[in-house]
Design a protein around this ligand. Structure first.
Ligand code: ZN
Length: 329
């Protein structure tokens, strides 16, 4: 068994969207996250890559999207991250339901899960998302962004991802290899295909949980589905140890790839979900000052030389501003 530093938790989650403007409007204005990076898909430079996070773009807070307009609607199913959940301060779910009513967001009744209250909803592409009320400690590692949502209700990074798997056991063993611990199993409630939910916990405060639900319900990638989930391996050494450990599990991880704001290793796990291991640095403030994050299109490395061609391929987008929203009221 390789010597692995347990992952502190989720680093980011990357999803597939349709219309880029609709995607920005929802995640910035309706949900109140900060657009911390506006870039392109480094494997498909004609597509945007948006990063929505807390005020500082801390690890464990960034939800990222490829708005692939040409792709069709996806379907959540086995072999995917089926639900992505965010932490919000305990007691703020009334605020969120009112806000969802105001903005016409499609949400479900709250459910109780492992002693916490969960508010399930969908983004404009039908992506299943959840808010979970938790006690936020004074020294929380996240920094709320308060342009559209007040601090007492603002999203504070990831709570968990739920994996839907045809055969959960090999994936559960992998999660344990990654340093997560089994919390327990309870009856699955709400919009779920299986009747049992098993929870695993990582060592950190943010993006701490991975839930596993057995299902054979088939899915397909497209708008409104998750592309991959990245877990934190803070240093290159942590990442290399994790890479070795998953190889010993019979998986086939990539070499390290430089993603400019972090360095990544990808691996398709036993159940078909694409996992990534991402370093904590250099981080989203490595190429833009903190107070200017997301203001301009950032083209990493070699792509800067092709700025004119790349910009010509991309649809223009406008970032919502609180002042503009007030003027419309
Ligand atoms: Zn990623």
């Amino acid at each position: 068994m390789a010597d692995v530093t347990p992952t502190p938790g989720i680093h980011h989650v990357t999803c597939i969207a349709g219309d880029p403007q609709e995607n920005i409007d929802f995640w910035v204005e309706t949900l109140g996250l900060r657009l911390v990076k506006r870039s392109i898909n480094q494997d498909d430079s004609g597509t945007y890559h948006f990063f929505f996070a807390d005020a500082e773009g801390n690890p464990g807070t960034s939800m990222t999207f490829f708005p692939w307009e040409g792709m069709t609607q996806g379907k959540v199913g086995s072999g995917q991250v089926s639900r992505t959940a965010f932490r919000v301060p305990e007691g703020s779910l009334d605020y969120w339901e009112d806000r969802f009513d105001d903005y016409g967001v499609d949400y479900d009744d709250r459910v109780e899960r492992f002693g916490e209250t969960v508010l399930p909803f969908r983004d404009p592409d039908g992506l299943p998302v959840e808010l979970v009320g938790v006690a936020i400690p004074d020294d929380d590692p996240t920094e709320p962004w308060t342009e559209f949502v007040p601090e007492e209700s603002a999203i504070r990074g990831f709570h968990s991802v739920t994996l839907w798997l045809a055969d959960p056991q090999p994936t559960e063993e992998l999660l344990e290899t990654m340093g997560l611990e089994r919390v327990g199993t309870e009856e699955a409630e709400g919009d779920t295909p299986g009747d049992e939910r098993t929870r695993f916990a990582a060592t950190g405060e943010v993006g701490k949980y991975v839930d596993v639900l057995p299902t054979i319900q088939g899915g397909r990638q497209g708008h409104g589905t998750v592309h991959h989930v990245a877990f934190q391996t803070p240093t290159d050494e942590d990442q290399e140890a994790m890479r070795k450990a998953v190889r010993l599990e019979g998986l086939n991880p990539t070499q390290q790839i430089d993603r400019h704001w972090f360095r990544s290793v990808y691996v398709r796990e036993h159940g078909g979900v694409l996992f990534e291991f991402a370093t904590s640095g250099p981080g989203y403030t490595s190429d833009e000052p903190l107070d200017e994050l997301g203001e301009r299109l950032v083209l990493p490395g070699k792509f800067e030389n092709q700025r004119e061609q790349i910009e010509a391929q991309l649809t223009d987008v406008t970032i919502p501003r609180a002042e503009t929203a007030d003027a419309d009221d």
